[in-house]
Design a protein around this ligand. Structure first.
Ligand code: P6P
Length: 338
């Protein structure tokens, strides 16, 4: 009597992953171990991001990454933390990171059968402004005899066994999906130090009058993209525009509320800006598994696009099924199809 009603059945990420494993008879537990290492990386990065302003970790680190972006100290820390967690898991043979020009091969890991692509801190250019940033990741299973080379990553996102992203915002969110599986959202409970399942089996609204793109690029856009955007703005009930400039934040809102996120390839960025392996591919898998769709600037299903190089970029339209369909139909009117 009078006992505080406590929930003894909290579904933590740890418990979720263990229960996932029992669903697969053949599971060796390697994937579960890898996901626990991922979980630790997300907790660590969240910790450093939150302390950044306190101990002046933000600001430039004086180095720059593969694309010449000024690297912020947290970029470097995020990459080091993530790489260390993958190495210590003993289950990852090779890794691609936005912060490393070449693949990172983890030597003498006899049980390592996974390849992980990640952007440790996506949106980091917004860090000093307090905008939500996040980690985007995709996990490939390797053939048993794989050496662990960049060729292991030159595959379509349909090969991914899992993908997802975190968002270090007002709270720390994790969105995780397995191949052909549901999309599950977790929220970090700082008291418990655990991710808690708060958004089980996420399904996007089929349509929503919200568009998210950097219209500052519109003078460079191809005709179908310009027409698509103008039609939304001049609709009977005009669309709302929401653009944060941090992919994880724009993607998370689009996943929850519906709408469409677009970063088209254009005359300024003919190959697009966002990276196939650790931005477009993993996001496409999350959105498809949540009932949405994702295409590149040639209207090809994003999950079928194969990068030629590990840092290749692509245009992307990502969002509610019917909203992306509008872009596809507009391109069809112009005789451009996937
Ligand atoms: P723009 C952040 O720098 C990023 O890589 C993504 O997170 C974001 O969606 C995009 O670039 C923003 O690009 O050109 O609109 O500033």
């Amino acid at each position: 009597a009078g006992r505080e009603s406590i929930n003894t059945e909290i579904m933590t990420l740890t418990r979720f992953l263990n229960e996932e494993q029992t669903k697969h008879r053949e599971a060796t537990g390697d994937f579960t171990l890898l996901c626990h290492a991922l979980q630790f990386a997300f907790k660590s990065i969240a910790y450093y991001i939150r302390r950044a302003s306190l101990i002046n970790l933000s600001g430039l680190a004086g180095s720059s990454n593969t694309t010449g972006d000024e690297q912020k100290k947290l970029d470097v820390i995020g990459n080091d933390v993530f790489t260390a967690a993958m190495r210590s898991s003993g289950r990852v043979k090779v890794m691609v990171s936005e912060e490393d020009e070449e693949v990172v091969v983890f030597g003498n890991k006899p049980n390592a059968r996974y390849a992980v692509a990640c952007d440790p801190i996506d949106g980091s250019s917004n860090l000093d402004a307090g905008v939500s940033v996040g980690t985007i990741f995709g996990i490939f299973r390797l053939p048993d005899d794989a050496e662990g080379t960049k060729e292991d990553f030159l595959r379509p996102a349909t090969d991914l066994v899992a993908a997802g992203f975190t968002m270090y915002g007002a709270s720390t969110q994790l969105v995780l999906t397995m191949k052909d599986g549901p999309v599950n959202g977790f929220t970090m409970d700082n008291g418990l130090g655990e991710f808690i399942l708060t958004h089980p089996d996420m399904h996007m609204p089929k349509k929503r009058a919200i568009y998210s793109c950097n219209e500052g690029n519109s003078k460079y856009w191809e005709a179908p993209v310009k027409e698509w955007c103008e039609e939304m703005k001049n609709a009977e009930k005009p669309y709302s525009s929401r653009y944060i400039g941090s992919m994880v934040a724009d993607a998370y809102r689009t996943l929850l509320y519906g709408g469409i996120f677009a970063y088209p390839a254009d005359k300024k960025s003919p190959k697009g800006k966002l990276r196939i392996l650790y931005e477009c591919g993993p996001m496409a898998m999350v959105f498809e598994n949540a009932g949405g769709q994702a295409v590149d600037s040639k209207m090809r299903r994003m999950m079928t696009v194969v990068p030629e190089h590990i840092h290749d970029r692509s245009g992307i339209f990502l969002g509610s099924y019917e909203e992306v369909q509008k872009v596809i139909d507009k391109h069809k009117q112009h005789g451009l199809t996937g």
